[in-house]
Design a protein around this ligand. Structure first.
Ligand SMILES: [Zn+2]
Length: 214
């Protein structure tokens, strides 16, 4: 069972999960089923990795939720076939990853080839003001851009976001997309750009009994 599935089962059992350092904090209004607790304990390291926010501020769960949201909107609102909706969602994830993981450099050297600028080949700034610029020769930009996209795809694949050549019929992905569609419908037909309500459960008032730290 994957970390995502264990988390899903735990939440279905009324358990709230939170990561603190390397620990997994659990809260529930009633004693959780022993089988769920066993799965949580067994998969704790993977669950911590799944739930812990990365340097870009999003956890693997957040990234997968974003993918599912975009994919669900493309498929159910946009009418795209599932595979095509998945490709479009992946493209959205790549753009979001690039925005959240900017690369910048000092002016005067090309970030790609390391060479200086020349009168006939100036260094140009790429990027936006808040995060700074990457300075590149215009001819170096395509290769740099391709390497950035490859990094994004690699990072997303590590977080279980399907690459274009993977089967779109994978059960877990299908399950997540179905949930995304349900959330979309429950939240007003999916016309708005909404995060899946996983985050909403964090705000649910629950009695702190029993409290467990795994
Ligand atoms: Zn260059």
């Amino acid at each position: 069972m994957s970390a995502a599935n264990v988390v899903m089962a735990a939440r279905a059992a009324g358990i709230q999960l939170r990561v603190e350092g390397d620990d997994l904090l659990l809260e529930a209004a009633a004693a959780p089923p022993p089988a769920v607790m066993e799965q949580l304990s067994q998969h704790k390291p993977a669950i911590v990795l799944w739930l812990r926010p990365r340097e870009d501020g999003w956890s693997a769960e957040d990234w997968c939720a974003f993918f599912d949201e975009r994919s669900g909107i493309a498929e159910f609102d946009g009418g795209l076939p599932r595979a095509q909706a998945g490709d479009q969602a992946l493209a959205c994830c790549v753009i979001e990853w690039l925005n959240r993981n900017p690369e910048c450099s000092l002016a005067g050297r090309c970030l790609r080839c390391g060479d200086r600028e020349y009168a006939h080949d100036p260094l140009l700034p790429y990027g936006t003001e808040p995060t700074g610029h990457a300075w590149l020769h215009s001819n170096c930009w395509p290769a740099w851009c391709a390497s950035r996209e490859a990094k994004a795809l690699s990072a997303l694949a590590e977080m279980d976001i399907p690459a274009p050549d993977k089967s779109p019929n994978d059960f877990e992905k299908k399950q997540r997309r179905t949930m995304a569609a349900s959330w979309s419908a429950a939240l007003g037909g999916g016309k708005k750009c909404l995060r899946p309500p996983i985050a909403l459960t964090h705000r649910s008032p629950l009695a702190r009994f029993p409290f467990r730290r795994l």
